[in-house]
Design a protein around this ligand. Structure first.
Ligand SMILES: O=c1ccn([C@@H]2O[C@H](COP(=O)(O)O)[C@@H](O)[C@H]2O)c(=O)[nH]1
Length: 259
Protein backbone atom coordinates (compact mmCIF):
# COMPACT_ATOMS: atom_id res chain seq x y z
CA UNK A 1 0.00 0.00 0.00
CA UNK A 2 2.76 2.36 0.95
CA UNK A 3 4.39 1.63 -2.41
CA UNK A 4 1.18 2.64 -4.22
CA UNK A 5 0.73 5.81 -2.18
CA UNK A 6 4.33 6.86 -2.75
CA UNK A 7 4.12 6.12 -6.47
CA UNK A 8 0.82 7.99 -6.91
CA UNK A 9 2.43 10.99 -5.29
CA UNK A 10 5.79 10.96 -7.02
CA UNK A 11 4.37 10.30 -10.50
CA UNK A 12 1.28 12.46 -9.82
CA UNK A 13 -0.69 9.74 -11.57
CA UNK A 14 -3.73 7.52 -11.08
CA UNK A 15 -3.11 5.64 -14.32
CA UNK A 16 -2.86 1.86 -14.26
CA UNK A 17 -1.20 0.50 -17.39
CA UNK A 18 -2.77 -2.82 -18.31
CA UNK A 19 -0.56 -5.46 -19.94
CA UNK A 20 -2.69 -7.76 -22.10
CA UNK A 21 -0.05 -8.81 -24.63
CA UNK A 22 -1.24 -10.04 -28.01
CA UNK A 23 0.77 -11.08 -31.09
CA UNK A 24 3.44 -13.66 -31.85
CA UNK A 25 6.08 -14.42 -29.21
CA UNK A 26 8.83 -12.25 -30.68
CA UNK A 27 6.53 -9.27 -31.17
CA UNK A 28 5.10 -9.64 -27.69
CA UNK A 29 8.49 -9.71 -25.98
CA UNK A 30 9.59 -6.57 -27.86
CA UNK A 31 6.29 -4.74 -27.37
CA UNK A 32 6.21 -5.52 -23.64
CA UNK A 33 9.63 -3.94 -23.26
CA UNK A 34 8.55 -0.90 -25.28
CA UNK A 35 5.22 -0.37 -23.52
CA UNK A 36 6.76 -0.70 -20.07
CA UNK A 37 9.68 1.62 -20.80
CA UNK A 38 7.55 4.26 -22.55
CA UNK A 39 4.59 4.29 -20.19
CA UNK A 40 6.42 3.82 -16.86
CA UNK A 41 6.97 7.54 -16.22
CA UNK A 42 3.19 8.06 -16.28
CA UNK A 43 2.12 4.87 -14.48
CA UNK A 44 0.88 4.63 -10.91
CA UNK A 45 0.69 0.85 -11.37
CA UNK A 46 0.94 -1.92 -13.96
CA UNK A 47 -1.71 -4.63 -14.31
CA UNK A 48 -0.64 -7.72 -16.25
CA UNK A 49 -3.64 -9.93 -16.99
CA UNK A 50 -2.74 -13.54 -16.21
CA UNK A 51 -4.79 -15.02 -19.08
CA UNK A 52 -2.70 -13.24 -21.71
CA UNK A 53 0.46 -14.87 -20.32
CA UNK A 54 -0.91 -18.34 -19.55
CA UNK A 55 -2.16 -18.64 -23.12
CA UNK A 56 1.46 -18.85 -24.38
CA UNK A 57 4.07 -21.51 -23.96
CA UNK A 58 6.51 -20.28 -21.33
CA UNK A 59 3.84 -17.84 -20.21
CA UNK A 60 4.85 -17.98 -16.55
CA UNK A 61 8.49 -17.26 -17.43
CA UNK A 62 7.37 -14.34 -19.63
CA UNK A 63 5.24 -13.00 -16.78
CA UNK A 64 8.12 -13.26 -14.30
CA UNK A 65 10.44 -11.52 -16.73
CA UNK A 66 7.83 -8.82 -17.36
CA UNK A 67 7.33 -8.15 -13.66
CA UNK A 68 11.11 -8.01 -13.13
CA UNK A 69 11.42 -5.42 -15.90
CA UNK A 70 8.94 -3.04 -14.28
CA UNK A 71 10.70 -0.37 -12.23
CA UNK A 72 10.78 -1.49 -8.59
CA UNK A 73 8.93 1.56 -7.29
CA UNK A 74 5.82 0.89 -9.43
CA UNK A 75 3.30 -1.57 -7.96
CA UNK A 76 2.29 -4.58 -10.04
CA UNK A 77 -1.25 -5.91 -9.70
CA UNK A 78 -1.65 -9.39 -11.14
CA UNK A 79 -5.13 -9.54 -12.67
CA UNK A 80 -5.97 -13.21 -12.14
CA UNK A 81 -9.48 -12.80 -10.72
CA UNK A 82 -8.60 -15.64 -8.37
CA UNK A 83 -11.54 -17.23 -6.55
CA UNK A 84 -11.48 -20.63 -4.91
CA UNK A 85 -11.72 -22.26 -1.48
CA UNK A 86 -9.10 -21.34 1.11
CA UNK A 87 -6.47 -24.05 0.59
CA UNK A 88 -6.59 -23.58 -3.18
CA UNK A 89 -6.57 -19.79 -2.82
CA UNK A 90 -3.44 -20.21 -0.70
CA UNK A 91 -1.71 -21.80 -3.71
CA UNK A 92 -2.79 -18.96 -5.98
CA UNK A 93 -1.49 -16.45 -3.43
CA UNK A 94 1.88 -18.22 -3.38
CA UNK A 95 1.94 -18.11 -7.16
CA UNK A 96 1.06 -14.42 -7.41
CA UNK A 97 3.29 -13.11 -4.63
CA UNK A 98 6.16 -15.61 -4.32
CA UNK A 99 6.55 -16.92 -7.87
CA UNK A 100 5.50 -13.91 -9.93
CA UNK A 101 6.49 -11.21 -7.45
CA UNK A 102 3.28 -9.19 -7.69
CA UNK A 103 2.42 -6.48 -5.16
CA UNK A 104 -1.28 -7.11 -5.51
CA UNK A 105 -3.96 -9.23 -7.13
CA UNK A 106 -7.55 -9.21 -8.26
CA UNK A 107 -9.88 -11.74 -6.64
CA UNK A 108 -13.35 -12.99 -7.40
CA UNK A 109 -15.38 -13.08 -4.15
CA UNK A 110 -18.22 -15.17 -5.56
CA UNK A 111 -17.32 -18.25 -3.48
CA UNK A 112 -17.13 -16.32 -0.23
CA UNK A 113 -14.87 -14.73 2.37
CA UNK A 114 -12.30 -17.55 2.35
CA UNK A 115 -11.45 -16.80 -1.28
CA UNK A 116 -10.07 -13.41 -0.21
CA UNK A 117 -8.39 -14.15 3.12
CA UNK A 118 -5.29 -16.04 1.82
CA UNK A 119 -4.37 -13.05 -0.36
CA UNK A 120 -4.48 -10.60 2.53
CA UNK A 121 -0.81 -10.54 3.36
CA UNK A 122 0.79 -7.55 5.05
CA UNK A 123 1.51 -4.78 2.55
CA UNK A 124 -0.25 -6.48 -0.36
CA UNK A 125 -3.07 -4.93 -2.39
CA UNK A 126 -6.14 -7.06 -2.98
CA UNK A 127 -8.81 -5.85 -5.37
CA UNK A 128 -12.09 -7.71 -5.11
CA UNK A 129 -14.45 -7.69 -8.07
CA UNK A 130 -17.48 -5.61 -7.11
CA UNK A 131 -19.26 -4.40 -10.26
CA UNK A 132 -17.41 -5.44 -13.37
CA UNK A 133 -17.22 -3.51 -16.63
CA UNK A 134 -18.97 -6.07 -18.84
CA UNK A 135 -22.32 -4.38 -18.40
CA UNK A 136 -24.59 -6.59 -20.50
CA UNK A 137 -23.63 -9.60 -18.35
CA UNK A 138 -24.73 -8.19 -15.02
CA UNK A 139 -27.85 -10.33 -14.50
CA UNK A 140 -26.13 -13.19 -12.68
CA UNK A 141 -23.71 -10.89 -10.91
CA UNK A 142 -26.48 -8.71 -9.54
CA UNK A 143 -28.45 -11.74 -8.46
CA UNK A 144 -25.48 -13.06 -6.49
CA UNK A 145 -24.16 -9.86 -4.99
CA UNK A 146 -27.34 -8.07 -4.08
CA UNK A 147 -29.16 -11.05 -2.60
CA UNK A 148 -28.94 -9.63 0.91
CA UNK A 149 -29.53 -5.98 -0.07
CA UNK A 150 -27.96 -3.44 -2.39
CA UNK A 151 -24.48 -3.38 -3.95
CA UNK A 152 -23.64 -0.68 -1.36
CA UNK A 153 -24.61 -3.05 1.48
CA UNK A 154 -22.41 -5.69 -0.10
CA UNK A 155 -19.44 -3.30 -0.34
CA UNK A 156 -19.92 -2.06 3.22
CA UNK A 157 -19.99 -5.68 4.42
CA UNK A 158 -16.74 -6.40 2.60
CA UNK A 159 -15.15 -3.28 4.10
CA UNK A 160 -16.20 -4.45 7.58
CA UNK A 161 -14.83 -7.94 6.98
CA UNK A 162 -11.50 -6.47 5.93
CA UNK A 163 -11.33 -4.09 8.91
CA UNK A 164 -12.11 -6.85 11.35
CA UNK A 165 -10.24 -9.81 9.91
CA UNK A 166 -7.57 -8.57 7.52
CA UNK A 167 -6.44 -5.23 8.93
CA UNK A 168 -2.84 -5.78 7.82
CA UNK A 169 -3.61 -5.64 4.10
CA UNK A 170 -5.42 -3.30 1.75
CA UNK A 171 -8.54 -4.55 0.07
CA UNK A 172 -10.03 -2.41 -2.67
CA UNK A 173 -12.78 -2.92 -5.23
CA UNK A 174 -12.85 -3.48 -8.98
CA UNK A 175 -15.56 -1.29 -10.44
CA UNK A 176 -16.16 -0.80 -14.15
CA UNK A 177 -16.09 2.64 -15.75
CA UNK A 178 -19.09 1.53 -17.79
CA UNK A 179 -21.41 2.27 -14.86
CA UNK A 180 -20.50 5.56 -13.17
CA UNK A 181 -23.72 5.57 -11.12
CA UNK A 182 -22.54 2.39 -9.40
CA UNK A 183 -19.09 3.91 -8.89
CA UNK A 184 -20.83 6.77 -7.04
CA UNK A 185 -22.86 4.38 -4.87
CA UNK A 186 -19.77 2.37 -3.99
CA UNK A 187 -17.81 5.50 -3.18
CA UNK A 188 -20.58 6.60 -0.83
CA UNK A 189 -20.50 3.19 0.87
CA UNK A 190 -16.68 3.01 0.97
CA UNK A 191 -15.32 6.56 1.22
CA UNK A 192 -11.71 5.51 1.84
CA UNK A 193 -11.19 2.39 -0.24
CA UNK A 194 -9.14 2.20 -3.43
CA UNK A 195 -11.05 1.29 -6.59
CA UNK A 196 -9.38 -0.33 -9.61
CA UNK A 197 -11.38 0.85 -12.61
CA UNK A 198 -11.19 -0.91 -15.98
CA UNK A 199 -13.54 -0.26 -18.89
CA UNK A 200 -12.45 2.99 -20.54
CA UNK A 201 -11.52 3.01 -24.24
CA UNK A 202 -12.62 -0.03 -26.25
CA UNK A 203 -15.27 -0.98 -23.66
CA UNK A 204 -16.83 2.47 -23.90
CA UNK A 205 -16.68 3.51 -20.23
CA UNK A 206 -17.10 7.17 -19.39
CA UNK A 207 -13.81 8.46 -17.97
CA UNK A 208 -15.07 11.86 -16.98
CA UNK A 209 -18.26 10.65 -15.25
CA UNK A 210 -16.32 7.88 -13.52
CA UNK A 211 -13.78 10.32 -12.11
CA UNK A 212 -16.51 12.65 -10.91
CA UNK A 213 -18.30 9.74 -9.28
CA UNK A 214 -15.34 7.97 -7.78
CA UNK A 215 -12.56 10.34 -6.81
CA UNK A 216 -12.21 10.63 -3.08
CA UNK A 217 -12.30 13.99 -1.36
CA UNK A 218 -8.48 14.03 -1.50
CA UNK A 219 -8.53 13.70 -5.30
CA UNK A 220 -7.22 10.14 -5.17
CA UNK A 221 -8.47 6.61 -4.49
CA UNK A 222 -8.95 5.47 -8.10
CA UNK A 223 -6.65 3.53 -10.38
CA UNK A 224 -7.91 3.99 -13.93
CA UNK A 225 -6.83 1.10 -16.14
CA UNK A 226 -6.14 1.13 -19.85
CA UNK A 227 -4.90 -2.04 -21.55
CA UNK A 228 -5.65 -2.18 -25.30
CA UNK A 229 -5.72 1.63 -25.53
CA UNK A 230 -2.02 1.76 -24.60
CA UNK A 231 -0.89 -1.57 -26.07
CA UNK A 232 -2.29 -0.74 -29.50
CA UNK A 233 -1.20 2.91 -29.59
CA UNK A 234 1.49 3.96 -32.07
CA UNK A 235 3.25 5.70 -29.21
CA UNK A 236 2.48 4.01 -25.89
CA UNK A 237 4.23 6.74 -23.91
CA UNK A 238 2.23 9.54 -25.56
CA UNK A 239 -1.02 7.64 -24.99
CA UNK A 240 -0.19 6.99 -21.34
CA UNK A 241 0.78 10.62 -20.80
CA UNK A 242 -2.43 11.84 -22.48
CA UNK A 243 -4.58 9.63 -20.26
CA UNK A 244 -2.71 10.58 -17.11
CA UNK A 245 -3.21 14.25 -17.94
CA UNK A 246 -6.90 13.77 -18.72
CA UNK A 247 -7.34 12.08 -15.35
CA UNK A 248 -5.41 14.80 -13.54
CA UNK A 249 -7.53 17.53 -15.13
CA UNK A 250 -10.49 16.07 -13.31
CA UNK A 251 -8.60 15.88 -10.06
CA UNK A 252 -7.78 19.55 -10.47
CA UNK A 253 -11.32 20.63 -11.39
CA UNK A 254 -12.98 18.69 -8.59
CA UNK A 255 -10.34 19.27 -5.99
CA UNK A 256 -8.58 22.61 -6.53
CA UNK A 257 -6.53 22.03 -3.38
CA UNK A 258 -4.70 19.22 -5.21
CA UNK A 259 -3.88 21.12 -8.41
O1 LIG B 1 -14.53 -5.62 -14.61
C1 LIG B 1 -13.47 -5.84 -15.17
C2 LIG B 1 -12.40 -6.44 -14.54
C3 LIG B 1 -11.22 -6.60 -15.22
N1 LIG B 1 -11.10 -6.20 -16.51
C4 LIG B 1 -9.78 -6.38 -17.15
O2 LIG B 1 -9.21 -5.09 -17.39
C5 LIG B 1 -8.60 -5.05 -18.68
C6 LIG B 1 -9.37 -4.09 -19.56
O3 LIG B 1 -8.79 -4.03 -20.84
P1 LIG B 1 -9.11 -2.88 -21.94
O4 LIG B 1 -8.34 -3.32 -23.12
O5 LIG B 1 -8.62 -1.57 -21.36
O6 LIG B 1 -10.58 -2.90 -22.16
C7 LIG B 1 -8.62 -6.50 -19.18
O7 LIG B 1 -7.43 -7.11 -18.72
C8 LIG B 1 -9.81 -7.09 -18.49
O8 LIG B 1 -9.71 -8.48 -18.30
C9 LIG B 1 -12.15 -5.62 -17.14
O9 LIG B 1 -12.09 -5.21 -18.31
N2 LIG B 1 -13.32 -5.45 -16.45
Amino acid sequence: MQKLLTRVQTANSLLCVGLDPTGDDATVARRLREVIAESAPFAAAFKPNLAFFLSRENGVALLQETVRSIPADIPVILDGKFGDIANTAEQYARFAYDIVGADGVTVNPYMGDDTIRPFARPGKLVFSLAKTSNKPQHGLQDAAMTRGGSISDWAARLARLVDEEMPESTVGLVVGATEPATVAKLRAACPDQWFLVPGIGVQGGDLSATLQAGLRADGSGLLINSSRGIWQAQDAGAEARKLMEQINEHRTVKHPAHA
